[in-house]
Design a protein around this ligand. Structure first.
Ligand code: OSB
Ligand code: MG
Length: 382
C-alpha cells in the first residue's frame, strides 16, 4: 500500500541539534506589482522568519502565513503566538525529529507555525551534515518544472499581456485567478489567443455549489484543472461538483494534512492536489501526502505563497520528492521582488526548468544587510 512512500523513518530518527540561539524576524518586501485574488489584493510580502543557530551554524526558515487571515486562518500573529508559547518550548537536544512531530500533534492545526520549525530544523541538520536539503530528505537532484500564478487583472488586455510575457519566458504552465463575474469570458479570451497553452484557473473558494452550471462552462477550455472553486473548508461539495465536470478539480485550501487528502480522494472531491508545505505542517507531511497520492494515481504539485527566497527554495527542494508530477506555482523571483533577501534569485533555464540551488541546506545565501533593511521586528527568543 505504501509503494511510493519514501523512507520518512530516516528523517524521523534524526536527533535535534542543541539550539544555541533563536530569533524571530518579520520582514516586509514590496511586490513588483499587486497580487490580486478573489479573497484579497496583496501589495507586499510580510514574512515572519525563524533563525535557528547551533554550533555556529545558522539556518533560516520562513513562515508562509500572511499578516491577514484572508487566504488561511493562520496569520503571522497567530503563528508567533503558537511558536513562542507552544512549539518552540518543545525543542530538546537529541529528541528524534519524529518525536518532536508527535509532540507538535498535541497542538491542533497551525500547520504553518509547525512547518516553520520543522523545515528550519531540517535545513539546520542538512547544513551541519554538509548536504543539500533534498539529499537529506532522500531524493536525487532533478530539474524542477516552473509555473506562474497570474493574479486578477483590471482588463482582459492586461491579462493577455501577462500571459504573453509568461509564455515567452517559457513557463511550463500558467494559472490564472478567477472570481465570480471574472471567469468564463476571461478564460475564453486567453484560450482563443493561446490554444496550446497548459492553462488552469484558481478561484480561491469564490463559488458555491449553486454556481455549478457556470463552472461547467469552463469545461470548454481544456483546462488542466480548476483549483478550489468552492468554499475554503469544503471537501464534500467538491465531490458533488467533480461529478458534474469533465475538468479535474484540484484542492488547495481544504487540504491541511494527509487525512484531508485521503478524505478528498476517497470522496472523489478532486483528481489533483496542491501541496503547500506550510499549509500541511511541513516537509515531512508534504512528502507523506505526495507519496500517498502517487500510490493512488493522484497528481500533486507544489503550491506557493509568494515566498521570499527562503520559502521558495524550500518549495524547490520539496519537488524532488516522488509524486510531484505537475508543474507548480514555482516562479522566478523577479515576478514578485526587485530585490529578495536571499541570493541567488530563482530564474528559469532555457527549457523553462529551475535548477536546485547548489550547496548545503537550501543552497541560497540569506543576505543579512537586506534582512536588516527590511525588518519590521526582530525578536531574540533565546
Ligand atoms: O491560492 O495558490 C493560491 C498566493 C497566496 C495565497 C494563495 C495562493 C497564492 C498563489 C501564488 O496563487 C502562488 C505563488 O506564486 O507563490
Ligand atoms: Mg490556490
Amino acid at each position: 500500500m505504501t509503494r511510493s512512500t519514501p523512507p520518512l523513518a530516516a528523517l524521523e530518527a534524526l536527533p535535534l541539534p542543541k539550539i544555541d540561539r533563536l530569533d524571530l524576524v518579520t520582514v516586509r518586501l514590496p511586490f513588483v506589482a499587486p497580487f490580486g485574488t478573489s479573497v484579497h489584493v496583496w501589495t507586499d510580502k510580510e514574512a515572519m522568519l525563524l533563525r535557528l543557530e547551533s554550533g555556529g551554524v545558522a539556518a533560516w526558515s520562513e513562515c508562509v502565513s500572511d499578516p491577514d487571515p484572508f487566504y488561511f486562518y493562520e496569520t503571522n500573529g497567530t503563528a508567533r503566538h503558537i511558536l513562542v508559547e507552544f512549539l518552540l518550548p518543545l525543542l530538546e537536544p537529541g529528541l528524534p525529529l519524529g518525536e518532536l512531530a508527535a509532540r507538535f500533534g498535541r497542538v491542533r492545526g497551525h500547520g504553518m507555525a509547525k512547518a516553520t520549525v520543522e523545515n528550519g530544523l531540517l535545513v539546520l541538520i542538512a547544513l551541519q551534515k554538509g548536504l543539500p536539503l533534498h539529499e537529506l530528505l532522500g531524493f536525487p537532484a532533478k530539474e524542477i518544472m516552473s509555473g506562474l500564478s497570474i493574479g486578477l487583472k483590471d482588463s482582459v488586455a492586461d491579462l493577455l499581456a501577462a500571459v504573453e510575457r509568461a509564455e515567452a519566458r517559457g513557463y511550463h504552465r500558467i494559472k490564472m485567478k478567477i472570481k465570480k463575474g471574472q471567469d468564463v469570458e476571461w478564460v475564453r479570451a486567453v484560450r482563443e489567443r493561446f490554444p496550446e497553452l497548459r492553462l488552469m484557473v484558481d478561484a480561491n473558494g469564490d463559488y458555491a455549489l449553486s454556481d455549478a452550471a457556470r463552472l461547467k462552462r469552463l469545461d470548454d477550455f481544456d483546462l488542466m484543472m480548476i483549483e478550489q472553486p468552492l468554499s475554503y473548508s469544503d471537501i464534500y461539495e467538491h465531490s458533488l461538483l467533480q461529478k458534474e465536470l469533465k475538468t479535474p478539480l484540484c484542492l488547495d485550501e481544504s487540504i491541511h494534512a494527509a487525512a484531508d487528502a485521503a478524505a478528498a480522494i476517497a470522496l472523489g472531491a478532486c483528481r489533483i492536489i496542491n501541496i503547500k508545505q506550510g499549509r500541511v505542517g511541513g516537509l515531512m507531511e508534504s512528502i507523506r501526502i505526495a507519496g500517498y497520492c502517487a500510490d493512488r494515481g493522484v497528481d500533486v504539485w507544489s503550491g506557493g505563497m509568494d515566498e521570499t527566497g527562503i520559502g521558495r527554495a524550500v518549495n524547490i527542494h520539496l519537488q524532488t520528492a516522488p509524486g510531484f508530477t505537475l508543474p507548480g506555482d514555482t516562479s522566478e523571483t523577479s515576478v514578485y521582488f526587485d530585490e529578495d533577501i536571499a541570493e541567488p534569485p530563482v530564474v528559469l533555464g532555457p527549457a523553462g526548468f529551475i535548477r536546485i540551488p547548489e550547496g548545503p541546506g537550501l543552497g541560497v545565501r540569506v543576505v543579512p544587510e537586506r534582512i536588516l533593511r527590511r525588518a519590521l521586528r526582530w525578536e531574540r527568543l533565546r
